[in-house]
Design a protein around this ligand. Structure first.
Ligand code: RIB
Length: 305
């Protein structure tokens, strides 16, 4: 395998609406869709659709969602030998609300993802050691995230840490062990306590994180593009302009594509360029994973954008 994602899978319950009910109120929403999601699974699927050999270490619940989650990952070409069942738990679920400006608001119920433990890393150790890159997010216990980072360092494997959803108690010592730290602007704001409205504010917040010892900081800014900061260097990638329909999972599309292209080209700027376009392409369709193009459709998108 080239890439291992140690992370979450969720069932996305997506409601398309502009209005959320107040306490005691019932509101009708115009549309709903169910899909396979979870930041870990989304990133794994994006990389796999683009041709990477990807394995996942993850937990599904002991419920009717689990067989569908496994079948979906397998259909996308993700190796699921280490996606195991947490007895007596529900699968992770994510109620998502998308408004008519294509912005999303996401709640997560971690469910089985909370049961992904260091012992699961040990169980997958031989296959993980053969990977070139590990990708982590924060929808699993922090203990497991830290254990995986230590494992990767011991075995000289590159690590991407996507601190999503952001938790202020994240131990920066571990973030500094990772090759790439990839928050979005909201996560950057939570992690630094600094404003991120303007480009200048984003750079200042990024700098404050870098000063704590991060190696490479890649900040995804949605329709504002993305930024790579390393030492005193700053590289900006402009967004690909598209007519966005649903931005859910766009950050995950970016990271999955970045991982694939980083391994393929060895060039961070090129990987960002592709990732930015891939995320843009994903927001032109509804849902999370189901909006991710495969390599051929992505090439067609690149030809005209
Ligand atoms: O980043 C988008 C993802 O966040 C959704 O698929 C949802 O499951 C939550 O994990």
């Amino acid at each position: 395998m080239e890439i291992a994602v140690v992370g979450s899978n969720m069932v996305d319950l997506i409601t398309y609406t502009n209005n959320l009910p107040k306490a005691g109120e019932t509101l009708e929403a115009p549309d709903f869709a169910i899909g396979c999601g979870g930041k870990g699974a989304n990133q794994a699927v994006a990389a796999a659709r683009l041709g990477a050999k990807v394995m996942m270490v993850s937990k599904v619940g002991d419920d009717l969602f689990a067989p569908n989650t496994l079948a979906n990952l397998q259909q996308q070409g993700v190796d699921t030998r280490y996606v195991t069942t947490a007895p007596g738990t529900s699968s992770g679920v994510a109620p998502i609300f998308v408004d008519d400006r294509s912005q999303n608001r996401i709640l997560i119920v971690k469910g089985a993802n909370q049961q992904l433990k260091p012992a699961d890393i040990d169980a997958a150790a031989e296959d993980l050691k053969a990977c070139r890159l590990l990708i982590l997010q924060l929808e699993i216990p922090l203990e497991t995230v830290y254990y995986t980072i230590d494992f990767a360092r011991q075995h000289n494997i590159q690590v991407i840490l996507n601190p999503a959803p952001a938790v202020p108690e994240l131990d920066i010592h571990y973030a500094c062990q990772c090759d790439f730290f990839m928050p979005n602007e909201t996560e950057l704001e939570i992690l630094t306590g600094m404003p991120v409205e303007s480009d200048e504010q984003v750079r200042l917040a990024g700098k404050s994180l870098l000063q704590r010892g991060l190696k490479n900081l890649v900040i995804t800014l949605g329709s504002r593009g993305s930024l790579w900061m390393q030492g005193d260097e700053v590289h900006f990638v402009a967004p690909t302009p598209v007519n966005a329909i649903d931005t859910s999972g766009a950050g995950d599309a970016y990271i999955g594509c970045f991982a694939r292209m980083l391994l393929k080209t060895g060039d961070i700027k090129q990987a960002m360029q592709y990732a930015s376009a891939y995320a843009a392409c994903s927001v032109t369709g509804r849902g999370t994973q189901c909006s991710y193009p495969d390599a051929d459709s992505f090439q067609r998108f690149l030809n005209v954008n």
